[in-house]
Design a binder for this molecule. Structure first.
Ligand code: PEP
Ligand code: MG
Length: 887
């Protein structure tokens, strides 16, 4: 029904069926909208003209009034309604069918001329705006109709619309119409049917306005849906003090508390409640008291000036309480409703499943489960996995963020809230942090050299880079708040300043960043901690119960590993060993290894790295006791590790007993034109087998060491960037030989697995051959996306935003797995790999492993697990469970 009638139309029809009072009306279907777009206006009018007339007559029969008849007028409302809610796409037109003669009759019949002329001026204003397109010409202009209202109020010396009398309202109508004539060159339409068709066209046309197109693109709503048009008999909340209008929620949309709540205004029409001109009042007395307390209003003043609906119109309030319960029972979900009271009679104008925060989403679903309204699978289906993010990180205090000033906007690269003093360099971040200062690292972009600074910062803000930029990936891994690619900020490293908008910030100035929205705020904004017990834990347990695919984590340290374990990770799917080389003095040994002139000196340097790596692995194995730990061999190009500054080069020269010139020469020699396609991944281990040997030894020795302590250890050794079977064969041979050697030395063994990443398209194409050598595949979809699209991960930010705007791409393929293209490779490799080896273990460890739609895709291919950064583990668990219950 929703597809045909739109959300609003379907729910109106349903409310009518279950006995909720709704004004009579009809819905023009989304199918008509599609025909309108394909065949044009005339064709559609010819097709539906008679039906519209008949439907209007049906309304007339029910109300006893007549549309387009000044002696006994029937007015209607016209509202859009797409199959999925698209807030703000199209406004409502109320009081349609009014003209001078009708207004006079309404005044006479109601005995309330103010009501009649207020309705009339509202109609001309809304119709002028929505149908005739009279809007402010630029964002600093005020609405042309509001300008006239302001002028009339100013002349009269009053502040509120409610202080205008009938003559003022008549003047408004006249001036509004004159403005319309001046603007459009045409008289304001007086015939009710002309008005109606104008409004119907406007709703259909609104489907293709810029705002709607953008909204659909952002929310991946199909273009072909179309919108329905709802035409309903008007009911009036502005008929006097026995009339009112309001909005209400069957539960609290912010916290999820089971508390019916809402706001209303006496003698008002719909838009007044949200317009903020008058102070809306609370529906329930309990809510009203809470509200007054927050506002610092005394109980006496509250009861006198801002009574609840329960107090002001007890019968209507009681009926509304029953209806909201009835609707919630019917839809089994929290409802967001609009109502109008006309002269003491309650009408429902709309109901829909209410939008809610992540916290409310979890609490409402679990409450409904406990109440027996929904079952466990429905709880899982109801979750929007991405929203769990809100629950995992410290969050900004709601009141504080409302007052905060937004200075810039970037990509919401890693969720959470962070506030701190600006520093520009990693060493400063460390130094400031050691003095217990909270810092936010502001960079053009980050590189592995910044890792330590990032790890002590509260958050990271970069001017460049996309969702898989170094800063974004690392920050997510750390569960650290990050806003990346804030293109409008101007970072000046030399001056140690960053310009945002008009303001120049110096090192040490305070800013706050919101990694969930990408917003950057001026100054310090207060935060509160996340709570992961209670309903959150209960939802996670349900996810566990239903999902068929496991969730692992990408973690490079014992700390990350235990965080992920607490969040429900069942293993490590990717431990990027290179990150370990930047800690403390290790980089020195690493650099010594890189600039070693021959194998013997390289082995000496590697000998220094061995105990350090072994120690790291022991820590991670212990943290993951009982679970698999996948350790990836060295992947990035060596040149990422070498010093770029003269000072560090000199240090390295001294440390290795070589001249500065020699060191410089080696470093320069490591420069590559395309490092991402250069000497990296398994190419390192195949050209310098002693690196693989050292890493394999460190892994196996660590495993034996912790095994001796009673740890249940399951090491998996993973080779990156394979494209040719011989590459993995050579690496596997080195690993196996090393393991055998260590086993012999130690007189003990441990079971281990050897696998490969599938991240080069060629590897996917020859996956059947590669599977002959390995125990497992792990899709590195970051590189696989990079190489399939031919988009550099680090540079794509420059054009991806434009591509999305132009509609060339719907989403960032580094964020959401491109199922159509890259997905084919993933599917093929899984199929071919398992054809060779049915028991082949298959997972994914690219960033997509934590993105819900990509996780579901992986589940559909029958993968064994997805692996993602620690704070995305719950999201992936939920998506995996959804995949299972939606099967
Ligand atoms: C990948 O390419 O998807 C991957 C996980 O490896 P990295 O991001 O370290 O290149
Ligand atoms: Mg990779």
């Amino acid at each position: 029904m929703r597809d045909l009638l739109g959300g609003k139309g379907a729910n109106l029809a349903e409310m009518n069926l279950i006995g909720v009072p709704v004004p009579p009306g009809f819905t023009i279907t989304t199918e008509v909208c599609r025909l309108y777009n394909e065949q044009g206006r005339e064709a559609v009018v010819a097709m539906i003209k008679e039906d519209v007339k008949k439907s209007i007559q049906h309304i007339e029969n029910l109300t006893g009034n007549k549309f387009n008849d000044p002696s006994n007028p029937q007015l209607v409302s016209v509202r859009s309604g797409a199959p999925v809610s698209m807030p703000g796409m199209m406004d409502t037109v109320l009081n349609l069918g009014i003209n001078d003669a009708v207004a006079d009759t309404l005044a006479q019949k109601s005995g309330n001329p103010r009501f009649a002329w207020d309705s009339y001026r509202r109609f001309v204003q809304m119709y002028g705006d929505v149908v005739l397109g009279m809007k402010p010409t630029n964002k600093t202009d005020i609405d042309p109709f509001e300008a006239i209202i302001e002028d009339v109020k100013a002349k009269k010396g009053v502040k509120f619309d409610t202080e205008l009398d009938v003559d003022d309202l008549k003047e408004l109508v006249a001036r509004f119409k004159a403005a319309v004539k001046e603007n459009t060159g045409k008289d304001f339409p007086t015939d009710a049917y002309d008005q109606l068709w104008g409004a119907i066209y406007a709703v259909f046309d609104s489907w293709n306005n810029d705002r709607a197109i953008l909204y659909r693109r952002m929310n991946q709503i199909p273009e072909e849906y179309g919108t329905a048009v709802n035409v309903q008999a008007m009911v009036y909340g502005n008929m006097g003090n026995n009339s009112a209008t309001g909005v209400c929620f069957s539960r609290d949309a912010g916290t999820g508390e089971n508390l019916f709540n809402g706001e209303y205004l006496i003698n008002a029409q719909g838009e007044d409640v949200v317009a903020g001109v008058r102070t809306p009042q609370q529906i329930m007395t309990e809510g009203s008291r809470r509200w007054a307390q927050l506002q610092g209003i005394s109980e006496e003043e509250r009861a006198a000036k801002y009574p609840s609906l329960e107090e002001a119109m007890p019968e209507c309030a009681a009926q509304l309480v029953d209806i909201q319960q009835k609707l919630e029972n019917h839809y089994h979900d929290m409802q967001d409703m609009e109502f109008t009271i006309q002269d003491g009679k309650l009408w429902l104008l709309q109901t829909r499943n209410g939008k809610r925060t992540g916290a409310a989403m979890v609490k409402i679903a679990m409450d409904l489960l406990r109440e027996g309204a929904i079952d466990e699978k429905t709880v899982i289906k109801r979750m929007e996995p991405g929203k769990l993010d809100e629950l995992l990180h410290p969050v900004f205090d709601k009141a504080a963020v409302k007052k905060a000033k937004v200075m810039a906007k970037g990509l919401p690269a890693s969720p959470g809230a962070a506030t701190g003093q600006i520093v520009f360099f990693a060493d400063d971040a460390e130094e400031w942090a050691s003095r217990k200062k909270k810092v936010i690292m502001v960079r053009l972009e980050t590189s592995p050299e910044d890792l330590r600074g990032m790890s002590v910062a509260q958050g990271i803000l970069t001017a460049r880079g996309g969702m898989t930029s170094h800063a974004a990936v690392v920050a997510r891994g750390m569960g650290k708040c990050c806003v990346s690619g804030a293109g409008e900020i101007k970072v000046d490293y030399k001056a140690r300043t960053v310009m945002m908008g008009e303001k120049t910030y110096k090192e040490g100035d305070w800013i706050s960043i919101n990694g969930s929205t990408g917003e950057v705020y001026d100054g310090l904004v207060a935060t509160v901690d996340a709570d992961l017990s209670g309903d959150f834990a209960a939802v996670m347990n349900l996810a566990e119960k239903y999902s068929k695919m496991d969730v692992y984590t990408n973690a490079d340290s014992p700390r990350d590993a235990s965080v992920a374990r607490k969040l429900g990770a069942h293993g490590i799917g990717l431990c990027r060993t290179e990150h370990m080389f930047f800690e403390g003095d290790r980089i020195k040994a690493m650099r010594e290894m890189i600039i070693a002139p021959d194998e013997p000196s390289r082995r000496i340097a590697l000998g220094k790295l061995l105990p350090l790596q072994r120690g790291d692995f022991e820590g991670i194995f212990e943290a993951m006791d009982g679970y698999e730990v996948t350790i990836r061999l060295l992947d990035p190009p060596l040149h990422e590790f070498v010093p770029h500054q003269l000072e560090t080069m000199r240090e390295l020269a001294e440390q290795t007993g070589r001249t500065l010139e020699e060191v410089k020469l080696v470093c320069d020699g490591l420069e590559e034109f395309n490092p991402m396609l250069g000497h990296r991944g398994c190419r390192l281990g195949n050209t310098y087998p002693e690196i693989t040997e050292m890493q394999a030894r460190a892994i196996i020795e660590a495993a034996l060491n912790v095994k001796a302590k009673g740890v249940d250890v399951h090491p998996k050794i993973m080779v990156p960037l394979i494209g040719v079977k011989a590459e993995i064969q050579m690496q596997a041979d080195i690993i196996n030989a090393t393991a055998q050697k260590v086993f012999a030395e130690r007189g003990d063994t441990v079971a281990y697995k050897v696998g490969t990443m599938i991240e080069i398209p060629r590897a996917a194409l020859v996956a059947d051959q590669i599977a002959q050598v390995v125990d497992f595949f792990s899709f590195g979809t970051n590189d696989l996306t990079q190489m399939t699209f031919g988009y550099s991960r680090d540079d794509a930010g420059k054009f991806l935003a434009v591509y999305k705007n132009l509609g060339i791409l719907k989403v960032d393929p580094f964020e959401v797995l491109d199922q159509e293209g890259v997905g084919q490779l993933v599917e093929m490799a899984t199929r071919k790999g398992r054809a060779t080896k049915p028991e082949l273990n298959v997972g994914i460890c690219g960033e997509h492993g934590g993105e819900p739609s990509s996780v579901k895709f992986c589940a559909s291919l029958g993968m064994n697990y997805v692996s993602c950064s620690p704070y995305r583990v719950p999201i992936a668990r939920l998506a995996a469970a959804q995949a299972a219950v939606e099967e």
